[in-house]
Write a protein that binds this ligand. Structure first.
Ligand code: 5GP
Length: 192
């Protein structure tokens, strides 16, 4: 998506070998017009599936997930993160290793917000090693809900998340695909 790639080139900052900082428009300060455009693009890519719910993880997935929800006119549910969980009554939970924080967290969703009648679109800001998405897929399985697909704002194709999802034949749509970071610059995948 050209608009997003241009914004990444303008405002994204490469940190170290594998992290892109996007706090200017996506996960600290948020550009609402850009979010609206991202939501419309997710809608265009998944509109042929009857989606009943959008699922994400707090906090940086919420803005693009809400933007998608506003196009599909369905509820948006975000998993909450906890250091640990002793009381798991009425919750679906999964353990997720955080790529940016290098720690494991529990994520949890109240059971009342997801069930067998739901067809779910997962939306997240980044796809790196796929741990956050795998945790959400686990929760969708616990709820006996159906996974429609995964919508990602920024995918780093050089990390292993995409392959994990492709191997499971999951429909993944990423709005920007980064092939590499070279000398502090972003190299995008060539569209075919
Ligand atoms: P994964 O679980 O796929 O390894 O990583 C995805 C999660 O880690 C995303 O929800 C996102 O919050 C965070 N993340 C992964 N890579 C990056 C990155 O390059 N920049 C930022 N800002 N967050 C990232």
């Amino acid at each position: 998506m050209k608009l997003l790639e241009d914004r990444i080139e303008r405002d994204g900052q490469v940190l170290g070998e594998d992290v892109l900082k996007v706090d200017n428009f996506l996960n600290h300060q948020i550009d609402p017009d850009l979010m609206t455009a991202l939501g419309a693009e997710f809608y265009a890519r998944f509109k042929d599936t009857k989606i009943t719910k959008i699922l994400t993880v707090e906090s940086s997935g919420i803005a693009p997930a809400l933007a998608a929800g506003m196009q599909f006119h369905v509820p948006v549910v975000f998993a909450r993160k906890h250091k640990s969980l002793t009381l798991k009554d009425d919750l679906y939970t999964a353990e997720v290793y955080s790529f940016t924080k290098k720690t494991a967290n529990m994520i949890a969703i109240a059971q009342k917000f997801l069930g067998p009648a739901d067809t779910v679109l997962i939306v997240d800001d980044f796809l790196a090693n796929g741990q956050a998405v795998e945790g959400l897929i686990d929760i969708i399985g616990q709820a006996d809900a159906t996974l429609a697909g995964v919508g990602i704002v920024i995918e780093k194709t050089f990390q292993k998340g995409r392959k994990l999802l492709d191997d499971r034949h999951i429909h993944v749509e990423s709005l920007a695909r980064i092939a590499a970071f070279e000398n502090g610059h972003v190299v995008f995948e060539q569209e075919d």
